[in-house]
Design a protein around this ligand. Sequence first.
Ligand code: AVI
Length: 320
Amino acid sequence: MPDSKSPRFIQTWLADVEAERVAARNALLATPASVAPKFFYDRLGSHLFEAITELPEYYPTRTEATIFARHGTDMAKAIGAGMALIDLGAGNCAKAARLFPLLEPRRYLAVDISVEFLREALRELQRDHPHVHIAGLGQDFSTKLDIAADLLGDDRPVFFYPGSSIGNFTPDEALGFLRRVRERASGGGLVIGVDLVKPRAVLEAAYDDALGVTAAFNLNALRHLDAAIGSDFESRQWRHVAFYDEAASRIEMHLEARQALVVRWPGGERRFAAGERIHTENSYKYTVEGFASLLRDAGFRNPQAWTDANDWFAVFRAAA
Ligand code: AVI
């Protein structure tokens, strides 16, 4: 019987703050300039993202939830009970927790950049599920997956990556990421949420909502960057731009200078012409066939997809 009172917490990743500053300044000096999407997610940005998921235009979160609600039992059958469930980007662990009664994991490992995000949610989850071995791992899993064997025991590893964050990688990065997951999922598998290709109007509204929440989310990256590198961006001088590039099958988000301006930081500056843009995010959209073939290329077997009634979103399960 596991110790039911206290989840384990392990932090294996420490930000190299100076290297990150140098990379962020170099990205601002490049042509075109860019800001890494990680700058969306400071405290305010995380709240703004949560607000985005409530917007009528932002269909992914809601649609994925309907797929789990409607097809969860079939998914659980396909996956088989008694696994070690590894939740990538677990956050408040709510999505995985909702599936506990169906999946009946023997172990649950929540992975996020910082274990601090996980503490409260995991303690609560442990209280509700005293028989599950629960642990939190602080790791930047986007670049490296390093999971000590004793965290998984002898249980089949099933990775869980909901939310369509795979779309924020380029297809090449997504393939590399899926290969790394595949190597560690031997004998188990993967459950992953994927946003699908759909009419341009639906996509563009989801990333440029009427209330301007996504615009605030995008602009907030500049405030976060100011705090990180000491730059002097003024949000009012920038405009949110989001559009669907059909050829690349991706939403692009940018910030566009409303006027000619200069941004300064200790030891550097960048001049922007009126209308010049900073690229902040890509969000790739897949077809069911396209993502199934990416999974196969990564070494997964028998990919199976469940979609909603509009075919706007898919949850895949694949064996490793
Ligand atoms: C986190 N990720 C899946 C979101 C997406 O839809 O690509 C991030 C986001 N960007 C703007 N709105 C939401």
